[in-house]
Design a protein around this ligand. Sequence first.
Ligand code: FES
Length: 93
Amino acid sequence: MVRVTFVTHEGARKTVEAAEGDSVMATAIANGLDEVIGECGGSMMCATCHCYVDEAWADKIPAPSGMEKDMLECVLEPQENSRLSCQINVTDE
Ligand code: FES
């Protein structure tokens, strides 16, 4: 089992167990993190799963696809480390 730590806008940290292959978005929702909505179910249509990936982990996940980059242009307060959490799958790494 892999552990993922979420940090809310208020700075609260919540570390949860995640199944390999599940998306970070699905992991957040399954663990009651209300900040992640995932309205489109992971089809890159809503950006309600926007998150910031900690710099320590940025190079451990694949780069965003062109379609994800396009969607990230629509999010509020985009940053260099902005990602759609529905497009990040949990792996051992
Ligand atoms: Fe809709 Fe990620 S859940 S874009």
